[in-house]
Design a protein around this ligand. Structure first.
Ligand code: SAH
Length: 219
């Protein structure tokens, strides 16, 4: 109780509304995305010590050297994913805090999310339970190969950067399905949208970004 009161100023609806204004200023237009970001309590996805910064438009550290993405990037990727066609089944690679999956879960029928660090996967799963987000299936494994057991997906979102487009992920998209992901090395990355076609895929450049690298194996 005491903590809740102490935090109230920093996590109030007014604070959240300011974040939405900022996302609008930066060009986020999709009302569905803005409305979900306004609703999802981002402060519950980070450590209590940083909760007062939850509605700043900034990436923040979570444990194990990973980060919760900047709200603008979450909004931009979600918007880019939803732009083309209605999505039912979506895969996220890189659960991290679980925030991106929580946002997606309010916009599509089912979210599958995979994380290679067990402690993060467990914590995210606990948050989904507490928030009663029942259409998210979280798995602890190496997501570089996707989740073939649930493929094909209408959309895939990758929140850690591989150097190039993983073929296994493209193959798990249905034809016409889209994948939004960063690619590049530690210094330089771009956000792209890949659309699966009958004989391969199309690729669009969205913007420059910085993500943690996509790594192999589980810990
Ligand atoms: N979507 C997250 C952002 C997390 S940062 C959020 O909303 O908080 C990216 C995450 O990708 C990290 O937690 C990292 O451990 C994870 N990751 C990196 N390589 C991976 C892989 N091959 N499979 C699954 N997860 C991976």
């Amino acid at each position: 109780m005491i903590n809740q009161h102490a935090c109230i100023g920093m996590t109030s609806q007014r604070t959240r509304d300011r974040l939405i204004d900022r996302l609008r200023e930066q060009g986020i237009r999709d009302m569905r995305v803005l409305s979900v970001i306004r609703q999802i309590p981002r402060h519950l996805f980070i450590e209590e010590a940083l909760a007062h910064r939850a509605y700043e438009d900034t990436a923040l550290p979570i444990s194990h050297g990973q980060t919760i993405s900047q709200p603008y990037i979450v909004a931009r990727m979600t918007e880019a994913l939803l732009e083309t066609s209605p999505l039912e089944e979506v895969l996220e690679v890189g659960t991290g805090s679980g925030y991106q999956a929580a946002v997606l879960s309010r916009l599509v029928r089912r979210v599958y999310t995979v994380e290679r660090i067990r402690a993060l996967s467990d914590l995210a799963r606990q948050r989904f339970r507490e928030l009663n987000l029942r259409n998210i299936r979280a798995k602890h494994s190496d997501g570089g190969m996707g989740m073939p057991e649930y493929a094909p997906f209408d959309g895939i979102i990758v929140t850690a950067a591989p150097e190039g487009i993983p073929r296994a992920l493209v193959e798990q998209l249905r034809i016409g399905g889209v994948m939004v992901m960063p690619i590049g090395n530690r210094e330089e990355q771009i956000l792209i949208r890949v659309t699966r076609t009958a004989d391969g895929y199309d690729k669009e450049f969205l913007e420059r970004v910085t993500f943690v690298p996509l790594l192999g194996g589980v810990i």
